[in-house]
Design a protein around this ligand. Structure first.
Ligand SMILES: N[C@@H](CCC(=O)N[C@@H](CSO)C(=O)NCC(=O)O)C(=O)O
Length: 215
């Protein structure tokens, strides 16, 4: 079977969210970059992969998927189902809860910080809007308080086992580390320990190596 193709730039943490899982699952894949400046993500051939004209998209044979978390779950089901805990009703439900928490609580607070601190300076040569950064740091801290309470009870978010829910945090949190606000985690010791554990994994190291801004 030909390797899966992940379409998108590794500067995108939605794309590298999938890389963390592809690597952890030991999947055969290749990354196919798209040039946004040429509008390749809006070209007909990419719209056929992702009708919203966004990245990532994944091609596996004649199957085309989009939405990073759906891609992550597909890769887990295909290559490493234990990352979903589908065999256990309660455990798989907790994996689903914390994947949704990442998507609907953690990342919505983190994204504006990353946009202001990384994208605006790099893509637009503009300084961060510190008001937006501060507002979202406060939102992120509220989310991290819940994470700290959870990770005081168990080693990983869904339980005492790593899952796609943990891995879905890697790309964005790697990017947080590249902003002046990486220390926000320091006030949450169990979150910090969880993140240190995640970052020690070869899959996370691969994400970090791919996301290093061009010298
Ligand atoms: N919910 C989706 C978000 C994809 C997305 O916003 N992709 C961005 C690049 S990454 O920030 C994108 O493709 N932007 C171009 C556009 O929206 O036109 C997912 O998780 O895959």
């Amino acid at each position: 079977m030909a390797p899966m193709k992940l379409y998108g730039s590794t500067l995108s943490w939605n794309v590298t969210r999938c890389v963390a899982v592809l690597e952890e699952a030991g999947a055969e894949y290749e990354i196919v970059p798209l040039d946004f400046s040429k509008g390749e993500h809006k070209a007909p051939d990419h719209l056929a992969r992702n009708p919203f004209g966004q990245v990532p998209a994944l091609q596996d044979g004649d199957l085309f998927l989009w939405e990073s978390r759906a891609i992550c779950k597909y890769v887990c089901r295909k290559n490493k189902p234990e990352l979903l805990k589908d065999g256990d009703l309660k455990e798989s439900a907790m994996v689903d809860v914390w994947l949704e928490v990442e998507s609907n609580q953690y990342t919505p607070a983190l994204n504006p910080i990353l946009f202001q601190c990384l994208i605006r300076p790099m893509m637009f040569g503009a300084p961060p809007d510190e008001k937006v950064v501060e507002e979202n740091l406060e939102k992120l801290k509220k989310v991290l308080e819940v994470y700290e309470a959870r990770l005081t009870k168990c080693k990983y978010l869904a339980g005492d086992y790593i899952s796609v829910a943990d891995l879905s945090h890697v790309a964005g949190t790697v990017c947080l580390g590249a902003t002046p606000h990486a220390s926000v985690l320091d006030a949450y010791p169990h979150v910090k320990a969880w993140w240190t554990d995640l970052m020690a994994r070869p899959s996370s190291q691969k994400v970090a190596s791919l996301m290093k801004p061009p010298a």
